[in-house]
Structure formats: structure tokens, C-alpha cells
Design a protein around this ligand. Structure first.
Ligand code: HGY
Ligand code: MN
Ligand code: MN
Length: 414
């Protein structure tokens, strides 16, 4: 009888080991291409090789492990998640899906039974997009949708993506050949924490994801006139921070009027040449808007752009609006999702369908393959925060469901 709690405990041990590999001493931060990222990726690759899998690192820095079927012409089923993190992250967002995927594949390898289809386990190199502000770099390469223009993107230190890849020993020209051909895809499966409060409130360990919300990410710069805090009369100021502050509160107000199906966040705000006795002359901020209703996402984006322009016009402050990333809402595959829901039921849990407000690597992958995701309850829904936590019993539940799901797919494969 499989001891799922024991397997979950081994998964948690690896998650904790990986969480100790960070680029900062106080919390967990492991962003694309840093030494900490390379050390973490090496650790994951070692685990994959210990499990008897053939591994390779591709040109965008994903680590990939294949469990090859004797059926040479078979399609490939991908199990994946990401190993990069946000700043001061929780330890489960991403790595849990990779380590659980490794556990699932290890069980199949150890069963000694040949697979009817290939399985590729992938640890994506950059889902969060923290370093270059463009998410899904790793999965876009696998999906064949990587845009070479991204190679010129610069990080906060002025290093381009090309330079970082070269530093990692990548051969940039290999990027296109690292894609899985559309004809080779059987499906995509990711286990991920919910990063929201529903499962915690409903006291249910897992959920089947039905869709992933669309998102637009914008960089906005408000430019006024720096000045002496003591001498410029209030009525003569062009204070860029006051303009930005007005915009931030207006964004919140707008999203609250559509709160059932929209979220909008200003997560970054930078005052250029900030000093307590200087009127801010230039301020930049981020804007992250999400909805699983494509029309609402678009109308909100246009309305907030209008809002920024009118705030600037009334001060006057110059406003620069730069859309840096947009993804439409995607649906999970009904066929795979039906099998996953049945696996949840057969494992003895309620079937809760959820839309993901968080983005995931399944977004670019959905362009070339059917996708399915299994959410796992996390403590109070907290994520992108060191308080992120998952019960061992819930990881055990997810492993049981995922085993059942994969066994069903193996059984059904023609
Ligand atoms: O921001 C997100 O939706 C995800 O964490 N990358
Ligand atoms: Mn995340
Ligand atoms: Mn994630």
C-alpha cells in the first residue's frame, strides 16, 4: 500500500533543501540566471539523475528529464513547474510542483512498467519574470513562442538576457530547436499551490483548475519637475509622486467596482533621485491587471490608461505608459480536466473547480497542448510571502490524486 504521507515527507525535505538556496541571506529569492538559481537547478538535476532519468539543460536554462517510452513514435506528456521565485518568496510556489512531479515519475520508473507515451519532467527557468519583467521565458521556449526580441531585455543592472544566457553557457541559436513540436504534445500537467483562500476556507485539500486568468502588466512613468521642498509654493509644483499616488488609489477604486471578476495591483513604485527635501520629479510604477473575462480585462486596461492620462493633464505631469506583457485568459483542457476531476473523486475528495488568478506556465503551453492543473491548499491562501505553507497531508492527497490521474491516462492511451 503506497504510503503517501511518507512520499510527501520526502517531497517536503527536497522543498526545504531547495529553499535554502537563495541569493539573499534573509529570505528566499532565486531569480533567473543568478548563482543561486544555477545552484538550485543543479540540485534539481541531481535529483532527476538519481531517479534514473536522462536529463539536459536547454538553451533557456530549463532542466528537463525524460522517461522514454519503448513506443518511439509516442507523444510526450509534460509534467512541470518552475524553480525561479519572486523576491522574499515562499518555498512552495513552483518548486513544489517540480519536486512532486519528480516523485510521480519516480514511482512510474520504479514500477518497471514501460510507458505507452514519453514523459518529460521540466523545471522551468523563469516563470515569475522578476529579473527581466517578462514572464514564462522557460515555457515560451518549450511552446515554441519565444520572441527573440526578449533577448535584448535588460535587467536592473543593464545586463541583457543574451548576456545572462551566455554567462550560463547557453547557445542562443538553440532556442528554437528546444521547443517541443506541436505534433509531439500529448498534454501538460502542473501541480501548484492555490495561492488563494478558497480551499483553506472550504477545508478541501485539492482543486481542479478550469481556467487561468488573463493579465496585462504595464510600466508607467510620471514626470513632473524636481524642486526644493522648502521654496516651491504648493500651487506651483509638478509633483510626480502625488500624481502617481492619485493613480494608485484610483486603480484600487476602479478594481473595487468590479471586484467579483477583476484584480489590479500596483506592486512597485520608485521615486527617482528620492530625497526628503526634494519634490519628486520622476516616479515609475508597475500595474498588474487580471481577469478571466477577456473583455473586462481590455476595458479595464483602456480605462486605467485614460485615468493616468487625465491625472497627468490636470497637474500637469507627463505620463509614459508602456505595456510590457499581456496574456489572454486560457481554458484548461476539458478532456484532461474530466480525468483529473474523476481522480480527485476516486481519491475520496470533493471536486472543487477553480479559476486561477495567478499566471502559470500552462498559459504559453496552452497554445500547443491540452493543459491540466491540480491546485493544493495553502495556509490561508498566502503566497509570494515567506509565510507560504502547505500541510503534509495535503501534499499526500495531491500525490494520491496525481498517481490516479497518470494511471488513468496510461490506461486510456490508445
Ligand atoms: O504573477 C503570477 O501570476 C505568477 O506568480 N507568476
Ligand atoms: Mn508566483
Ligand atoms: Mn508559480
Amino acid at each position: 500500500m503506497t504510503d503517501y504521507v511518507q512520499r510527501a515527507a520526502a517531497v517536503l525535505e527536497k522543498i526545504n533543501e531547495l529553499a535554502a538556496i537563495s541569493e539573499d541571506a534573509t529570505g528566499l529569492t532565486r531569480t533567473f540566471g543568478t548563482d543561486a538559481f544555477l545552484a538550485g537547478r543543479r540540485r534539481v538535476q541531481d535529483w532527476m539523475e538519481l531517479a534514473g532519468l536522462q536529463t539536459r539543460v536547454d538553451a533557456i536554462g530549463n532542466v528537463r528529464a525524460r522517461f522514454v517510452s519503448p513506443n518511439a513514435g509516442a507523444k510526450t506528456f509534460v509534467i512541470a513547474s518552475h524553480i525561479d521565485t519572486v523576491v522574499n518568496a515562499g518555498k512552495f510556489d513552483g518548486p513544489m510542483g517540480v519536486v512532486m512531479g519528480l516523485d510521480l515519475v519516480t514511482r512510474l520508473v520504479e514500477s518497471g512498467k514501460p510507458l505507452p507515451f514519453h514523459i518529460e519532467l521540466i523545471a522551468f527557468s523563469d516563470e515569475e519574470g522578476v529579473r527581466f519583467h517578462t514572464t514564462y521565458l522557460g515555457s515560451k521556449v518549450i511552446a515554441g513562442s519565444f520572441d527573440n526580441a526578449l533577448l535584448d531585455k535588460k535587467d536592473a543592472f543593464g545586463m541583457t538576457l543574451t548576456e545572462v544566457l551566455q554567462r550560463m553557457g547557453s547557445t542562443i541559436t538553440d532556442l528554437p530547436s528546444d521547443a517541443l513540436a506541436p505534433a509531439d504534445w500529448l498534454g501538460y500537467f502542473e501541480i501548484h499551490i492555490e495561492q488563494g483562500p478558497v480551499l483553506y476556507e472550504r477545508h478541501v485539500p485539492v482543486a481542479v483548475v478550469t481556467a487561468i486568468a488573463g493579465q496585462k502588466r504595464v510600466e508607467i512613468t510620471f514626470t513632473g519637475m524636481a524642486g526644493h521642498a522648502g521654496t516651491v509654493p504648493m500651487a506651483m509644483r509638478q509633483d510626480a509622486l502625488c500624481a502617481a499616488a492619485g493613480f494608485v488609489l484610483a486603480v484600487e477604486q476602479f478594481a473595487l467596482t468590479h471586484k467579483d471578476n477583476l484584480v489590479a495591483t500596483v506592486g512597485k513604485l520608485t521615486v527617482v533621485n528620492a530625497a526628503s527635501n526634494v519634490i519628486p520629479g520622476e516616479v515609475s510604477c508597475s500595474l498588474d491587471v487580471r481577469s478571466n473575462d477577456a473583455d473586462l480585462l481590455e476595458t479595464t486596461y483602456l480605462a486605467l490608461h485614460e485615468l493616468a492620462i487625465s491625472i497627468g493633464a490636470n497637474r500637469p505631469i507627463r505620463v509614459n505608459w508602456n505595456l510590457i506583457q499581456e496574456t489572454a485568459p486560457v481554458l484548461c483542457d476539458t478532456g484532461l480536466t474530466t480525468v483529473l476531476a474523476k481522480s480527485i473523486q476516486e481519491s475520496g475528495y470533493d471536486v472543487i473547480p477553480l479559476v486561477s488568478g495567478a499566471g502559470h506556465d500552462g498559459v504559453p503551453i496552452s497554445q500547443v497542448s491540452p493543459i491540466a492543473m491540480l491546485f493544493v491548499r495553502c495556509y490561508k491562501g498566502i503566497s509570494h510571502n515567506p509565510l507560504e505553507d502547505v500541510e503534509l497531508a495535503d501534499m499526500a492527497a495531491a500525490l494520491r490524486v496525481a498517481d490516479t490521474f497518470l494511471d488513468s491516462l496510461i490506461e486510456q492511451y490508445p
